[in-house]
Design a protein around this ligand. Structure first.
Ligand SMILES: *Cc1c(COP(=O)(O)O)cnc(C)c1O
Length: 393
């Protein structure tokens, strides 16, 4: 009866023999850090992302941190990003010594709103970090145009979007450099922590190689002080096997998303909006409803585990209090923090499970009779801005 939020065991069952054999191979080789398995996974992942280079690192957080460092981002710089993301996006900026500057999101796709970026620029702005949140690419066309005009770097946070496309181009190939996480629950997940940086720049790839391995140029020579942030061989072996299935898993997620959309149509619940020309790979299936907390309780009571991504936007996190943001500064982020609900989503999710989840959600929405409010919430972007997002709160 219970429906989990993600089901990593179901996936493992389908891969067990292959994974166990690969892990045994690593144990036999006793090559745990670096080596042929890591470089061959890097080659496969670069090819998958349609870029020249992929470099494995220890986590998605490190991928972001090292990518920003590789670009020379440092103390005194400002980096534009979104507050509607996991804390790692901004933590990586802080780790370089730079200051994160938060820009509001588009109320339909939940990715950074390009029309709000230029007013956030200062003489210190060096880069933009768009996040392909929930599995849908940010609106990279206008973002890259702004970056070009103002000579800024674009660093993709692709931690939730392995394999998603924007106008026919895969994430990982959409900016100057891109950062992936292989945290177990991500669309491409290791059996532990892991991450990767992808780029078409040989110079950036080389900087990542140095930074991830203590600035090491030869065994005993270090050209600079770097970090210990390597992808280990066990994780690379697992990832290499899983990468071959990623497109099929993403297709299964899209199919589950279609079922949800069908079941939730006309319910007043706002389902994910996919921008024209983009593909969404549904790392998370996030709906929006004014009765989020009641709906979440009812699902919980029925044995359905849900999540909230994210209940407290970054600009209001205690960790970033020193940045001086206030409630009301980013109305769309704040509205989503109050209204968003992440429903179970994983490639093995079955038709009847979606039917059951949707029936409970629909009943909760109807009982709370919030259709009128929901109708308002889909009002135009401009209207939402004009009233400072009040309708949403
Ligand atoms: C998971 C995630 C990260 C961090 O990745 P880790 O591998 O957990 O360090 C960064 N950004 C986003 C948007 C994420 O979802």
């Amino acid at each position: 009866m219970h429906i989990p939020f993600v089901d990593l065991k179901a996936q493992y069952e389908t891969l067990k023999d292959e994974i166990v054999e690969a892990i045994r191979g690593i144990l036999d080789s006793a090559q745990f850090i670096g080596g042929e398995v890591v470089t061959s996974f890097e080659r496969d992942f670069a090819a998958y992302c349609q870029v020249g280079y992929a470099r494995g690192v220890a986590s998605g957080t490190d991928a972001l941190h090292l990518a920003l460092r590789a670009l020379g981002i440092r103390h005194g710089d400002e980096v534009i990003t979104t507050a509607h993301t996991f804390i790692a996006t901004a933590a990586a900026i802080v780790a370089t010594g730079a200051r994160p500057v938060f820009v509001d999101i588009d109320p339909d796709t939940y990715t950074i709103d390009p029309s709000m970026i230029e007013r956030a620029l200062t003489g210190r702005t060096r880069a933009i970090v768009p996040v392909h949140i929930f599995g849908q690419p940010a609106d990279m066309g206008p973002i890259k145009e702004i970056a070009r005009r103002h000579a800024l770097y674009v660093v993709e946070d692709a931690a939730q979007a392995h394999g998603a496309e924007y106008q026919g181009v895969r994430t990982g190939a959409l900016g100057d450099v891109a950062c992936f996480s292989f945290y177990p629950a991500k669309n491409l997940g290791a059996y532990g922590d892991g991450g990767a940086v992808t780029t078409n720049s040989a110079a950036i790839a080389e900087r990542i190689e140095l930074l991830r391995d203590h600035g090491r140029t030869t065994h005993y020579c270090h050209s600079e002080v770097g970090f210990n942030s390597r992808l280990d061989a066990l994780q690379a072996a697992v990832l290499q096997i899983k990468l071959r299935r990623l497109d099929q898993w993403n297709a299964n997620r899209r199919r589950a998303a279609e079922w949800y959309a069908m079941e939730l149509a006309e319910s007043g619940i706002k389902t994910p909006f996919v921008r024209k020309g983009s593909t969404h790979i549904y790392h998370l299936y996030v709906i929006a409803t004014n009765e989020r907390d009641a709906m979440r309780n009812e699902l919980d009571e029925a044995g359905v585990t849900t999540g909230i991504h994210y209940p407290l936007p970054l600009h209001l996190q205690p960790a970033f209090a020193h940045l001086g943001y206030r409630r009301g500064d980013l109305p769309c982020c704040e509205a989503m923090a109050a209204r968003s609900l992440s429903l179970p989503m994983f490639p093995e999710l079955a038709r009847d499970q979606v039917r059951r989840i949707a029936a409970i959600a629909r009943a909760a929405a109807e009982r709370d009779g919030h259709k009128e409010l929901q109708r308002k919430s889909t009002s135009s972007h401009a209207a939402l801005r004009a009233d400072g997002g009040k309708e949403w709160r």
